[in-house]
Design a protein around this ligand. Structure first.
Ligand code: F6P
Length: 559
């Protein structure tokens, strides 16, 4: 039965119609157990989902919906290595990367736990060598800087984690991330570092990604301009990839390659050798704690009853708003400056996974498969776009994330941060009624027409849903759990929506067209094979290029 015509879906449509005007503030008054009823804790991660437009009945109906999708069987299939990414005939086993290797499983004849532990050991040894100074550059100096060159999943995860855990770094290495094919990204990064003390980690699952290869080639040219000898490349360039042939073709020795496998999706790969820059920056033990935190969440996801299962609950709440309230976007607001790249990481995780318009049977969905994900850290966000959250016409659900403990006590500042976070969810829920706004205006001396004119602008509708995720502390373990929480949430939603969350064909067309356009810039004849707009844009750039004097390599800004 097609999802949106199922009895479970219809029951939710009716329930939505019956309860759409229910006020959360009133539900809190009528149910004194509500905060407790709709909260859940797991090893340093506490989820309060009581400020949602739900009752116990809503949750029952949402649970019926997830049960109809056979979630338990599909969850098992993922963890057991079935090829659930059926458009690419691949298993989805990022969970194996963080699982203690005391089990057996083979994929394509490969012993999964043995493979994982051998690469982890290779990473550990390499980290030890670099940090102890055993691994040195071509002048005999120690490494001081690591530059991760990658994009998408080969950048966002490691970049987000190294930023989030900056205060845990051992301080022996600086880490930099270059992703954009815009040469300025590399050029600005190279300005502050020296070839003799820099280690480049070229991270690409496929090792065919245009941006990464272009940046890696420019980085190698910059390095050779300083080092002078091709033989020195081996001490300064390592690769992380599934594609040994391409790595060797690029000129990186296979002994300097850290492998992973096609059953690790790009946006799920920070747990693999793609996390090498994390391990180098924090030390391998911290990286292991990150894996342990994620594994703890996996265990919870596998074993907790659906009604007390954090990823399942977050997934269903997302579906409730996206599909029944028609909420087209969701904001993620970490009240922690270290988590400033977390919303960007979630964007790829969620939107690349579930941004699909056909279901597993190839049938176009008549329901949304996920909101637009966005966000910025609080309190900055409050002074930028919270106006829209409080008084805009649309409902935009928010996830707040806040650690109880700060790494940087500064007077009352952490208390202020926490107070702001809690106040925002309270304000979004409570709002300000017309009567309250009127009283405030009267107290400020307004009356008559003046008061009447201002009044509608001072009203907050409230009843806007939020989750609050309270971490005991933002440390490697809880961060691992937090990331896995959202990974599994996205998985559950994909299962309910009956889509393949693990391919990303939608990114291919633009790549193909960019490859076709690139040679046209140097062509002697004007572009005429595209639509009129694209032809004109290409020709405008061709003309500009012709007007420029050709630059010699050593005049380029990165040298
Ligand atoms: O273009 C999208 C994508 O394929 C992502 O899924 C992936 O994380 C990213 O490109 C980078 O791919 P790779 O690691 O193969 O360079």
């Amino acid at each position: 039965m097609y999802l949106s015509r199922s009895a479970e879906w219809s029951a939710l449509v009716s329930h939505f119609q019956d309860s759409v005007n229910q006020s959360m503030a009133e539900l809190f008054v009528s149910d004194t157990e509500r905060a407790e009823r709709f909260s859940l804790s797991l090893k340093g991660v506490h989820l309060d989902y009581s400020k949602n437009r739900i009752t116990p009945r809503t949750m029952e109906l949402l649970m019926d919906l997830v049960r109809r999708s056979d979630i338990e069987k599909k969850r098992q299939a993922m963890f057991e290595g079935e090829r659930i990414n059926f458009t690419e005939a691949r298993a989805v086993l990022h969970t194996a990367l963080r699982r203690p290797q005391d089990y057996s499983m083979t994929i394509d004849g490969e012993d999964v736990p043995a493979e994982v532990s051998s690469v982890l050991e290779q990473m550990r040894l390499f980290c030890d060598q670099v940090l102890s100074g055993q691994w040195r550059g071509y002048t005999g100096e120690r490494m001081t800087d690591v530059v991760n060159i990658g994009i998408g999943g080969s950048d966002l995860g490691p970049y987000m984690v190294t930023e989030a855990l900056k205060s845990f770094a051992h301080g022996k290495l600086r880490v930099h991330f270059v992703s954009n094919v815009d040469g300025s990204h590399l050029a600005e990064t190279l300005k502050g570092i020296a070839p003799e003390t820099t280690l480049f980690v070229v991270a690409s699952k496929t090792f065919t990604t245009q941006e990464t290869l272009a940046n890696a080639m420019s980085a190698r040219a910059w390095f050779l301009a300083g080092a002078g000898n091709q033989a020195h490349v081996a001490r300064h360039f390592v690769a992380v990839s599934t594609n040994r042939e391409k790595v060797e073709e690029f000129g990186i020795d296979a002994s300097n390659m850290f492998r992973f496998w096609d059953w690790v999706g790009g946006r799920y790969s920070l747990w693999s050798a793609i996390g090498l820059s994390i391990a180098l920056y924090l030390g391998f033990d911290r990286f292991s704690e990150l894996l342990a935190g994620a594994h703890a969440m996996d265990e919870h996801f596998l074993n907790a009853p659906l009604e007390q299962n954090m990823p399942v609950i977050l997934a269903l709440l997302g579906i409730w708003y996206n599909n029944f309230f028609g909420a087209h976007s969701q904001a993620f607001i970490p009240y922690d400056q270290y988590l400033h790249r977390f919303p960007a990481f979630l964007q790829q995780l969620d939107m690349e996974s579930n941004g699909k318009r056909v279901d597993r049977n190839g049938v176009e969905t008549d329901y949304a498969t996920g909101p637009v994900i966005w966000g910025e850290p609080g309190t900055n966000a409050q002074h930028a776009f919270f106006q829209l959250l409080h008084q805009g016409p649309a409902i935009i659900p928010v996830d707040f994330i806040i650690p109880l403990k700060t790494r940087n006590p500064a007077g009352e500042q952490h208390d202020m941060l926490v107070a702001n976070c809690f106040a925002q969810s309270e304000a979004l829920m409570r709002g300000k009624s017309e009567a309250e706004a009127r009283l405030e205006l009267e107290a400020a001396g307004y009356s008559g027409d003046d008061l009447q004119k201002l009044l509608p602008h001072k009203v907050f509708p409230g009843n806007r849903p939020t989750n609050t995720i309270v971490l005991d502390e933002l440390d490697p373990f809880t961060l691992g759990s937090l990331i896995a929480l959202y990974e599994q949430k996205v998985f559950v939603q994909g299962v309910v929506w009956n889509i393949n969350s693990f391919d990303q064909w939608g990114v291919e067309l633009g790549k193909q067209l960019a490859k076709a356009i690139l040679p046209e810039f140097g062509s002697v004849t004007p572009a005429d094979s595209h639509d009129a707009s694209t032809n004109a844009l290409i020709n405008r750039y061709r003309k500009f290029r012709k007007s420029q004097k050709p630059q010699k390599i050593d005049q380029l800004s990165i040298f």
